[in-house]
Design a protein around this ligand. Structure first.
Ligand SMILES: Cc1cc2nc3c(=O)[nH]c(=O)nc-3n(C[C@H](O)[C@H](O)[C@H](O)COP(=O)(O)OP(=O)(O)OC[C@H]3O[C@@H](n4cnc5c(N)ncnc54)[C@H](O)[C@@H]3O)c2cc1C
Length: 375
């Protein structure tokens, strides 16, 4: 690859000289952070470096659920995480989606406010009415919106799903087009004169009293401030509680006259599916083999893909002929805590990582919070 010391004066001057801020990672968080920094400081020179020719973590690979909390997921979280942490994360997700939809035109990303259904499997315990009342009350305190959650006993029959006894509807969730979302963020960044270089990997960095030296695969550059938005890959650069977590999905070919319309989750959020036009996208199953799925390899795994295919044909498209078009994997960042890490790491460095399965919802707000850590 062409090294920086082989570049022309013009190239060095445009991309590498006198950068005020360098951001590592061009996912939703890195792009959003850059955009909000450019809004706060229009004259700062900002460069994003991304190791892949496309973003190579989760932002262009996810399922495109604009979601902030399903009842069975919240119930499960309340058993393992403190109540305050559960509702803080809920608030971050809710406000994050609002921040995203203020930043990006919703029609440009095919935002569909279709609501979502948390499907309850036959063998799972039905939730107490009291629990749904509690969720609605807490959610209203945070959002100002009344009765976000309600039981819907009809949806499984309506779409001919198999194996579910009831469902809980969240009227404020929706879906979007993941590819278009990232492209819109990229377009907005470029419009704000932010430079984005793909195929450039940061190997290490060194902070001194005057600046930060970044050792890239193409040579060494300096910057005044550094923001690390590398999510599941964070441990390669900083010592934080983040491990990679691979998520896998599949998508069918087009299904003529498909009636299913909306976003659906089940089994505490471990499985999720939605329609993408006339196709069904289905993902999840990481809980089938956590050890193997603690991986940074963008590869699918046969046993999880075969579990997804079984669910698709036995629970979702039972009487509907369908063919799988493609499968893929993306890498998330998770840790002992479900909350993201958004903090100043040192004098000149800030980090925004560990987005879990929530980055579509919280990514823009995390970017905004990172921009406020810059002086
Ligand atoms: C299959 C799947 C489905 C999902 N579905 C949803 C969903 O429906 N809704 C939701 O809210 N969330 C979902 N998520 C989670 C969401 O996609 C992530 O939380 C979000 O994309 C994280 O964004 P990010 O910018 O922090 O990280 P990333 O998108 O992973 O960006 C980090 C970038 O840093 C780059 N990088 C890493 N190290 C270096 C380095 N040393 N030098 C240069 N570049 C580097 C990587 O290549 C990567 O592009 C899903 C994730 C997966 C995998």
């Amino acid at each position: 690859m062409l090294q920086i010391d082989q570049l022309s004066y013009w190239e060095r001057d445009t991309y590498f000289n006198n950068n005020d801020v360098i951001i590592i990672g061009a996912g939703i968080v890195g792009l959003s952070a850059a955009i909000f920094i450019a809004e706060r400081f229009p004259n700062r020179r900002i460069l994003i470096v991304e190791q892949g020719y496309l973003p190579s973590g989760a932002s262009t690979k996810n399922a495109g659920f604009a979601c902030f909390g399903s009842p069975s997921e919240l119930e499960d979280d309340l058993k393992t995480i403190s109540e305050s942490a559960v509702w803080e994360t809920f608030q971050l997700r809710y406000e994050g989606l609002k921040a995203l939809l203020q930043l990006i035109d919703r029609t440009a990303i095919d935002y569909n406010p279709c609501g979502s259904w948390d499907l309850i499997q036959h063998d799972a315990e039905k939730m107490d009415d009291g629990f749904i009342d509690y969720l609605n009350q807490k959610a209203q305190e945070i959002t100002g919106e009344k009765s976000i959650y309600a039981e819907d006993k009809k949806i499984a029959n309506k779409f001919n799903f198999n194996g579910f006894s009831t469902s809980y509807y969240n009227r404020l969730e929706g879906s979007l087009n993941t590819g278009k979302l990232n492209n819109e963020l990229y377009r907005l960044a470029v419009k704000k004169n932010i430079k984005v270089l793909f195929g450039v990997r940061c190997e290490s960095f060194f902070e001194n009293n005057y600046n930060i030296e970044l050792h890239l695969n193409i040579g060494t550059v300096t910057t005044d401030q550094l923001i690390i938005c590398t999510n599941g890959f964070a441990k390669e650069l900083v010592n934080e509680d983040v491990i990679p977590a691979r998520g896998q999905v599949l998508i069918t070919k087009e299904i003529p006259n498909l009636k299913i319309n909306g976003t659906f989750h089940f089994d505490k959020g471990y499985y999720y599916f939605r329609n993408v036009g006339n196709r069904i996208l289905l993902g999840g199953g990481r809980n089938l083999n956590y050890t193997k799925e603690t991986s940074k390899k963008l590869e699918t795994n046969d046993s999880i893909q075969s579990a997804l295919k079984t669910i698709l044909s036995s629970q979702i498209l039972i009487d509907t002929p369908h063919e799988i078009d493609m499968s893929w994997a993306g890498i998330m960042g998770v840790g002992k805590s479900k909350e993201p890490i958004i903090k100043r790491y040192s004098n000149r460095i800030a980090i925004g990582v560990r987005m879990g399965g929530m980055g579509v919802a919280i990514g823009a707000l995390v970017g905004k919070k990172l921009s406020n850590l810059i002086d």
